[in-house]
Design a protein around this ligand. Sequence first.
Ligand SMILES: *Cc1c(COP(=O)(O)O)cnc(C)c1O
Length: 394
Amino acid sequence: MDPRSSLDTAKQTLLRVADRPDIVMESGHGMRLRDSEGREYLDYIGGWAVNCLGHSPAVISRAISSQARTLVNASPAFLNEPMLRFAEALVSQSALDRVFFMSIGAEANEGAIKLARKFGLKERGGATDIITTQGGFHGRTLATMAASGKPQWQTLFGQAVPGFRKALFGDIDSVRELADDGVCAVMVEPVQGEGGVNVAPLEFITGLRQLCDELGLLLILDEVQTGMGRTGKLFAHEHYGVVPDVLTLGKGIGGGFPLSAMLVGEDYDIFDPGDQGGTYTGQPLAMAAGLAVLETLVAPGFLEHVGEMSEYTARRLEELAATHEVTRVRGLGLLQAFDLEQSRGADVVKACLADGLIINSPKDATIRLMPPLIVEPDDVDEMVEILSRHLATR
Ligand SMILES: *Cc1c(COP(=O)(O)O)cnc(C)c1O
């Protein structure tokens, strides 16, 4: 198919939810994607912070294909072997005690919202409101859109799901002001990803933990983007020395296979049978992929590599800032961003794409980097080199 006819086919068959470029991706290996014309791209969105081990890693291919030969699906009515093995591995790597598996990040957050409401009904005199933050992102289901801090989403599909109060990200007093008797939980991302890579100050996350303990609220951390090694620790909350009551994971957890999870402390194992479920919970292929990813992430040296690449990237971006329109370099681990002098993020993204670099602009004047965690110094240098050709000089 030539690119034009691919776009025509897309137009005539796919629901139009995004205006995509004239490119059909065909294969991927490591840090690179290759399109149907044979052009190669250095991938700095990493499947949208998903392909933590890069494209088509042997460990995931092997895990999925071997599981596919044994058992593809046994139904959510039964336990299965990879589910038990992955649950045991994930729980033992985390500070939490119980896990429920799902397929996408929004679903994990829906689970967390349901659990918090159940907790509020049982333990907080019927309080079911949840404090979230302006600029936060929690997914695209109706409840998670309402939980997200995008003003335009509150009316996009008519009446929004009620029960979400928006505090200022990073401002503990603004959370305290909203935390009355109607509230059962606080839900935040340690680093707002879609919101432009806003790293929560240490005092914000430790302050939330204190406030939740003081008032008897659940602390829910949405680590769909920051979890699974992205920030140089297995979970971003480890940087803050704080353990949440509820933790949601997605994106990198399956390394590209649809998988998400909600973990809770033992005390919050409060669903009654029937309250929560899902056809694909504990899906064997997903469990096999998840286990393969986790074993790789916790192998000696892997997270140290993320830390080293994080420092190297930040240093290269700071160097670039001396000569080009790069300001406010920020981030945690391999979730980094910088601002441009003008609102031309979309133009920079387009120019880089044509030059073989896939990069993201979450806001008009912001560029975000979320490469596979296997990135090497040469890749960082190449990314900076390509970027520098499309940024204004000082
Ligand atoms: C991507 C993301 C989600 C939604 O995940 P989906 O798999 O797209 O449903 C939720 N929360 C955060 C922080 C995310 O980055």
